[in-house]
Design a protein around this ligand. Sequence first.
Ligand code: NAD
Length: 460
Amino acid sequence: MTLAQTVEALRRTYDSGITKPLPWRFAQLAALRRMLTERSAEFEDALLADLGKNPTESQIAELGFVVGEIDHVVRHLRRWLRPRRVSVPGALLPARASVVREPLGVVLVIAPWNYPVQLLLAPVVGALAAGNAVLVKPSELAPATSAVMARLIPEYLDPRAVSVVEGGVEETTELLEQRFDHIFYTGNGRVGRIVAAAAVKNLTPVTLELGGKSPVYVDDSVDVDAAAQRIAWGKFMNAGQTCVAPDYILATAAVAERLAGALERAVRALYGDDPATSPDYGRIVNDHQFDRLSGLLDAGTTVTGATADRASHYLAPTVLRDVPRDAPVMREEIFGPILPIVTVSGLDDAISVINGGDKPLALYVFSDSARVRRRILTETSSGAVGFGVPAAHLAVGGLPFGGVGDSGSGAYHGENSLRTFSHEKAVLTKSLKPDTMKLIYPPYTEAKDKFARGLLRKLG
Ligand code: NAD
């Protein structure tokens, strides 16, 4: 089948109406859950092959994450799909108004390589729950996981309504020439622009889940050792290849001094004296990323790490301090296990560094001061803010997950996925009798004019 025929087949399925009834949606979500539990070993092996991901970490951040998302959606779906009543202005009464969620149609999900299970399937949960047909495109840069998806998805999910297309730039380019009703893209901003430009030709709405530099601010009011432990966990998980990983730290010279030692101890606590031998530490995905990251190591003073082995794609958990603000490592999203500490003079300086860059996907603050937290919250803009913990906001089903500005547009997870993958249809019902509308029909008279002027005030 050509790609165009695959999309046509999905559209025929959608048009046939089979994806709309709730029992079908629940059955798909249950099947997806079974796929993740019955076949978890196949996914774990693939993630180990693609990214050296430890199976426990795969459970936490990939398979278990999606299972949690399914359970959350299944628990609330009926309520989210109930028509939502809204009030009607007095001048239009008697009438009833409500918002009804309807599926969009055929949805395209394009996923990246770094969390190749979570970032492909979590959007699929929302798209199916909302009653759509879905075409998924796994990343070619996580080939083992892509192959498992291509094998298992047709086995578990309704193949009439869910298709997997494997491939890279060529296939995705061809896919983007087709007409979809929504495109959900996770990845870098360069390709995000290509996706958005292709979508605009058909006026297709897009969700862009992008990345960028997510800063961390640490001040002297907190337990620096405890903060370092959390930061190191969020940073070095998946060898730093996490869109919401702490990208760099801002701290005063005194805090930076204490943090440097604390981060070194935290890395040892997580991965031992030699992380190269730790089964819990991941690997860089490919030569290209390895070479890019190796080129960023030469900045400031090395606190720990900076050792690397190209053959095995090992790059040690690395902490750098006294890193100049214009160093190459500060000019692009790091997306690897390198953690620069940049010295600032205080909170004002930190806020101006944050506001001097693109709006981050996430921003993390370690401070016990309510004033500091409030100032960061109101004086900066980011997709999310984590006080005291990085990355974990993703696991809160009620929170929207998405970026702002350069870190993306749109959001998902839980009810926000329903919002993304549905059209919110406005429904107004007004009986023909009594005909209160006749007061505004022509011919216009002085009395009607008076009424209209009063009406405008009431509607306003
Ligand atoms: P990637 O290289 O796997 O690309 C993502 C997808 O885009 C793939 O499916 C790929 O085939 C496709 N693609 C690549 N080039 C294309 C082209 N020219 N035309 C059309 N499609 C193309 O992944 P990546 O972009 O390297 O992922 C890393 C980036 O993604 C980082 O910036 C990271 O912060 C961001 N990210 C964001 C999130 C989020 O949820 N916001 C999650 C993970 C990663």
